[in-house]
Write a protein that binds this ligand. Structure first.
Ligand SMILES: Nc1ncnc2c1ncn2[C@@H]1O[C@H](COP(=O)(O)OP(=O)(O)OP(=O)(O)O)[C@@H](O)[C@H]1O
Ligand SMILES: [Mg+2]
Length: 245
């Protein structure tokens, strides 16, 4: 049996576009590799993305992307890898299915308020969605269901990536996925706290409701709500691209 068997796990970063998933994912994998753990990133927004090829932005297609990430994650975890998935993955049930499948699963809700996301808007996607030029944008005219039982919530409008990584590494020690010695390597010599992570001062607990229908995140107050998308986008409108994962 592989010596690493049973030591792998998945860090699943979910959150709306621009929340900071890729930023955290790449920093995470760099730290793990530097600390001597085999780590892989699967990023739903990577260009020429094989995993999301052929998929659109329907619920079914978004869930298919999540299933693909989940299956590959399970295979890699079996061989001891730390798998970091950065995926919008807006639907709770699909994420929970991966949790059941992989088991060693650490869900991180990468969160920021809509006005922050709109201010970042690295690809101009929210601007176009609010101008009704683009449809199927999660948080505008498509749902995003926040996790109910995320192992960690990161508010990227309030916390720098370094601080978020520190809290995540502590969580991984608490879950016994990372040893105290590895924690020191991951954090440049710090020691983990005994008895669990202290709640962050600035980060409030997740507001996710325990159950209920799909939560549609309202757009920023200043912005006019986008109309419900038609079954097929009207002429001049485009469905969001590259947002499947
Ligand atoms: N913790 C943070 N604090 C401040 N800015 C951040 C933080 N995390 C990310 N950002 C900034 O937010 C922008 C979006 O980040 P990133 O591309 O990682 O988001 P994403 O969730 O991967 O988005 P997408 O779903 O579009 O791929 C970037 O300009 C990044 O520098
Ligand atoms: Mg990204």
């Amino acid at each position: 049996m592989d010596q690493q068997h049973g030591t792998g796990f998945v860090i699943w970063l979910t959150g709306m576009a621009g929340a900071g998933k890729s930023t955290l994912a790449h920093q995470l994998s760099k730290r793990f590799v530097a600390a001597g753990r085999p780590a892989e990133v699967m990023d739903g927004d990577a260009p020429n993305e094989l995993f999301t090829r052929g998929l659109g932005v329907t619920k079914e297609d978004r869930d298919t992307a999540v299933r693909r990430f989940g299956t590959i994650s399970r295979m890699l975890v079996r061989h001891g890898a730390v798998v970091v998935v950065a995926s919008l993955s807006p639907f709770r049930e699909a994420r929970d299915a991966v949790r059941r499948e992989v088991r060693r699963f650490v869900e991180v809700f990468v969160d920021a308020p809509m006005d922050t996301l709109i201010a970042r808007d690295t690809e101009g996607m929210y601007r176009r969605a609010l101008a009704h030029e683009l449809t199927n944008v999660a948080g505008i005219d498509d749902p995003y269901e926040p996790p109910v039982h995320a192992e960690l919530v990161v508010r990227t409008d309030q916390e720098k990536p370094d601080a978020a990584l520190g809290r995540l590494f502590q969580k991984l020690v608490d879950m016994k996925y990372v040893t105290p010695a590895e924690f020191a390597l991951l954090t440049g010599g710090l020691r983990p706290r005994k008895g669990g992570a202290k709640p962050p001062k600035t980060v409030p607990p997740p507001k996710a409701k325990a159950a209920g229908p799909v939560k549609v995140v309202a757009p920023a107050k200043a912005a006019k709500p986008a109309k419900k998308p038609a079954a097929a986008p009207a002429k001049g409108k485009q469905a969001a691209k590259g947002r499947r994962g």
